[in-house]
Each structure stands twice: as structure tokens, then as C-alpha cells.
Design a protein around this ligand. Sequence first.
Ligand SMILES: [Zn+2]
Length: 346
Amino acid sequence: MDVVWTDLHRLHSPQHEINMGQPIPTYEKPSRAETIREQLATDSSFRFVDRREFGIEPIEAVHHAGLIAFLETAWAELNARTGRTEFFPEAMLHPGLRAGMGNPPLPTNAVSGLGYWCYETATPLAEGTYTAARASVDVALTAAQIVLDGASSSYGLCRPPGHHAAADVFGGFCFFNNAAIVAHHIASSTGSKVTVLDVDYHHGNGTQQIFYERDDVQFVSLHGDPDRAYPWYIGYEEETGAGAGRGSTINVPLAAETEDDVYVARLADVAAKISAFKPSVVVVSLGVDTYWNDPISDLALTTDGYRRCGEVVKSLGIPTVVLQEGGYDIEAIGRNVHAWLSGLQG
Ligand SMILES: [Zn+2]
């Protein structure tokens, strides 16, 4: 299996996130990707390839032009103004603020832009963030191209991750939605249907939002119940799509401490619904923060469980692009991703 990789992820190396008002060391750090790379390099069935550059157009097809421009320019403006190196919003555009009054004008400076384009405080904007996020999209699109060129599977070692970024807003360690950009790119360039299967512990709110009213991209997510898990306000079973997209969104919230057997059974349930949708490609948002020892999550999967999950996806018999999302137990992240991809390879 081809593994798409770039060193440029290292340019996004913030120190902090804000957790319930307190700065703490960030969980989303470069060692996550480095550990995965080192683990996969021990197995000769994986071949590393460099990313290709796809330009800005595939990102513009999914994200608001104002969000893209903000991410490109805001760090320099904020750094010049304050001398600081990491930035979080101080106020966010909560819908209650302007209830009944419509939207405000677009922000005209980076300070007001922070709370306009970002919805939470776990996602520092740092000096190299934009370059790393652009490279992460290119990693994802290169992995997609490998499958479009005929491979049965590929893996994009994306960092920063993407699935919490919605069309108009970033957050959740994510800036551009790698999986959504890939799914839209495949669907629009081939005219075929695509499924995004999101198995990260956290609901893929950004991906759901982007495709909620579309019938050509199915979104399927297994995740910690939003009653107790980030991103809190989205990912309920009752959310099934709207308009033309009605029925194309499938949410499976899971109980705390869900173990391998139950998880694999739920995955097999949704696999049947993916087969029925008949996509040309499955894009997997792979998070291994469902691991029993993950520091920010509460499911209970094991390394062998990841191999079984990969086997379930392999059984679909559909070309599959796997993109890295979360996973924060650095000691285990490499072998867990390795196990999942080994199950997919068979
Ligand atoms: Zn996650």
C-alpha cells in the first residue's frame, strides 16, 4: 500500500490548547505523525511516496474563500500586533449573540476574524499552520489520486487532521477538511458517488455539515455520543441529512467503554448501508482515539480490534482512501494505525 507523507506537517507545532479556560500542552503534536511513519516503515508492504501539489482550487470547492484567506494571512497580522506566537479566539460568533438579527459583516481584521472563522479554543493558529494545513490537503489528494489511478487502497498520513473543519469554520485541531475535499474532488471529477466513513472517536462534524444536503456523498460516522463527547452539539442519531441529502447521513453514537466486539458489529451494520449506497470510493477518516488508553477519549478498542475494523472495510470490496485524523496515545498510535491498515490490506 502506498503511504503519502510530507515533512511539512512539522511546521504546525503549537505548544498549547485551551481546555475549559486553562492552557494545557496540546495533544495534537508532530510526534503523532512521526510515530506512525516510523511504525509503517518497519513493514515492507508499505511504500512511502511524496505528496503532489494540487493547488488551491480543490480547497476553494469546499471552504469559504474568507476562511482560506484568514488562515493564510492572520498569523502574521496577529504576531505583528502582539508579538505572541499562538492565537485563540477571545469571543466567538455564538448564534444567540445576534438571534433574530442575521449575520454580521465579514470581519475586516485578524482579531475579529479569529472568533468569526473558529468555533472553539483547542486549535491554536501558529506560524506554520497554513503551510502545514495546505500540505495535509495535498497528502490527502495524492492518496486519492493513487486510488483513482487504479490502486485498491492508499493511506494519506495527514497532519493536521481535518474532519472537524466545516465549510466556513475551523476547530478541533483541524483547519481544512482533508476527507471532505477528497470526497468532493472524487465525486465532482468522476460523477460517481463517494462514501466518507468516519471512525475517529469524535464525530466528524465538519464533514457532516459539508455534505448534509447532498445525495452524491454519503457520510457515515461511529463516535462517542455527543451527550458526553466533543464536538458536543452534533452527531446525534436523528441527524440523517436534509433536502436531497435526506438519508445520506448515518450517525452511530456509542456508549462509553465500548469494546471490540460491539464496535466491530456496529461497523459491520454500517458497512451494509455503505454497500447499498454503491459508492465508487470509500474515504476513511481514521482516528485511533477509540483506543482503550487514549488520553482524551473513553472507548475501549484494542490493537487487534483495529485489524478487525480494517478487515470489515476490506470486505466491502470498494477502492478505499484512508486519511489520518485523531489518536493521542503516542506510544500506541503507530501500531494501531499499522493494525488497521494491515486488516485493510489482508
Ligand atoms: Zn478524534
